[in-house]
Design a binder for this molecule. Sequence first.
Ligand SMILES: [Zn+2]
Length: 358
Amino acid sequence: MTRVVLLALDGFPNRAVSADLTPRMWDLVQRGGRAPAGGTTDLPSSTDPGFCSLLTGCRPPTHGVRTTSWRYARLPAWAGVETPRVPTIFDACRAAGVRTAAMVGDDRGLLCTESADLRWPPDGVIPPGTPLDAHGYPMNAAVLAHLMAAFNDASLGLVFGHLNEADTMGHDHGPESGAARSCYRATDRVVGDVLEALAPRWAETVVVVVSDHDMQSRNSSEPIDPMTSNARGWWDACIPDGGAALVHLLPGVDPRTAGEALERIDGVETCVTSNDSLAILGAKPGRIFAAPRYPAGGFHGAPLTARTVALVGGGHPAVRPIADAIGSRRPHLADWAPTIAPILGIDLGRVDGVNLLG
Ligand SMILES: [Zn+2]
């Protein structure tokens, strides 16, 4: 029976995938393939929009999850929703009778795993005694134990795993720090354990390894505050998300003109006006948007960090054509669900992403 394993390494930089630092993933790539320049995601290049794109096959304007900032304050309606408003790949599997598991190092709804048949943490609640990282997320080893159990369950068609430690280390110490590099190396060993556990049914298996975003370090520039560059009063609220920010445009303001004004703010690289009231800003490399607090090391959100890991391996016949496809065209996070769907024999319905196999 075909088995798809989707492994997401939170905050893992594509540039860290190398023969020296990540030999197990490198070996997977040699036998499978990768997007050499990585895959892509939308702005803000942050966790929640990225995972919702990965697991729904839709992009933020459709699934509605625009920012990860809701963790610090309730989101106003103009800034989107907190969980996706479209079905997930787990819903589509359930409808088709394909059993799924989701073992994740994050207990929040953002990973939208409610419809998976097997879930850890159970009901999204981290069991007492679970070893946690510095940000309170389950350690990779804790997730791995539950992934291993899922690999022993031959009834599962899709197994989703999420490992968080690289994100925490990147935020706290910076993505190029010794601590982060040790974490990348250790994460690769966890991936190695996963690959070993998959070996007995390798010929039926597709393994996809992604990350949700890259990570960068700040330069010494002042944080960008769009609210202090608002001479004409065209916008009235800003929600920072690291190297990106959501800006609320007032009714009657021309989004194009406002977008041009927003793009002229020092440190802003790009402005995408998504609808009449929402503009999404992306900062230049090294720049961060003004926020109540900042990570000590790395951050994400900007165009620079909208780069994901994108690797494929396994012995299933679909692996070679996927490897060829991503070798020549960078996959968007939303492309993975529609690529996996036909392999699992499920119907996602209409989504924004494309099947990489055409
Ligand atoms: Zn993340």
